[in-house]
Write a protein that binds this ligand. Structure first.
Ligand code: SF4
Length: 240
């Protein structure tokens, strides 16, 4: 496990909390619209050691309330991530885990271990083209191998059982998503605790080029579809 990035303060990443965000290197997906491309492989350079991160967090006690552990994909490092989260919790912080949900047993173990207070899980797309949206499987994909949709469904179903506070979120990309995605997502996660539609932002470092963002009015149409089964669904972070 490598700590490859640190956002020292964020008001956006942990709902309702002043937080820091820790970026772990490595991901098991290759979403073509990923804007963290520098973090995807195990070759991403290390920014700091765990001890250096904990020293930073010690200095921020009383200022920060939470720490977001994101990636890449943190569940690729179950033991190290659990140890890191446990030590962060011992300092009095709330811990949020961002995950793509592809390792349901690791997700369950981390939450059951009591080191996670809040989970944000991506719902990447409608289920019929989930593998494609994650960049897995087939000759034109970034990663070879067959994709197990059941793993994603297992994580989502487990979260919806209410073991831990959670949200689902979909980063919505013109060129990948359309209304059909949200019809399927509404059927899939109806009744969930929280769901957010997020807009695509071209960071200038996106894995594949050619994508763009939907306008707010277009996202509103998608939101209305999801609201049929998730009445409190929201659009987040889109002001255009
Ligand atoms: S957007 Fe996809 S490829 Fe990028 S870090 Fe998240 S899950 Fe991995």
């Amino acid at each position: 496990m490598k700590i490859c990035g640190l956002q020292k303060t964020t008001l956006l990443d942990y709902p309702g909390k002043v937080a820091a965000t820790v970026f772990l290197g490595g991901c098991n997906f290759r979403c073509p619209f990923c804007h963290n491309t520098d973090l995807l492989t195990g070759n991403a350079p290390e920014l700091m050691t765990t001890e250096e991160l904990l020293t930073f967090l010690k200095r921020r006690q009383g200022i920060l309330e939470g720490v977001c552990i994101t990636g890449g994909e943190p569940t690729l490092w179950p033991e190290e991530a659990a140890d890191l989260m446990e030590r962060i919790k011992e300092m009095g912080y709330r811990v949020k885990l961002d995950t793509n949900g592809y390792r349901p047993q690791v997700l369950k173990d981390l939450c059951s271990h009591g080191v996670v207070d809040y989970v944000a899980m991506d719902i990447k797309a409608g289920r019929w083209h989930y593998a494609e949206v994650c960049g897995i499987g087939g000759p034109s994909r970034e990663l070879p191998g067959s994709f197990l949709l059941s793993a994603i469904e297992e994580s989502a179903a487990w979260l919806m059982e209410g073991h831990v506070s959670y949200e689902f979120r979909t980063t919505t990309v013109k060129g990948i998503h359309d209304a059909k995605d949200f019809t399927d997502i509404a059927a899939w996660i109806g009744g969930c605790e929280r769901y957010f539609i997020q807009g695509f932002v071209d960071s200038g470092n996106v894995l594949k080029s050619g994508f763009s963002a939907y306008k707010r009015a277009e996202l509103d149409e998608f939101l209305n579809i999801v609201k049929t089964t998730v009445p409190n669904a929201e659009i987040r972070g889109v002001d255009y």
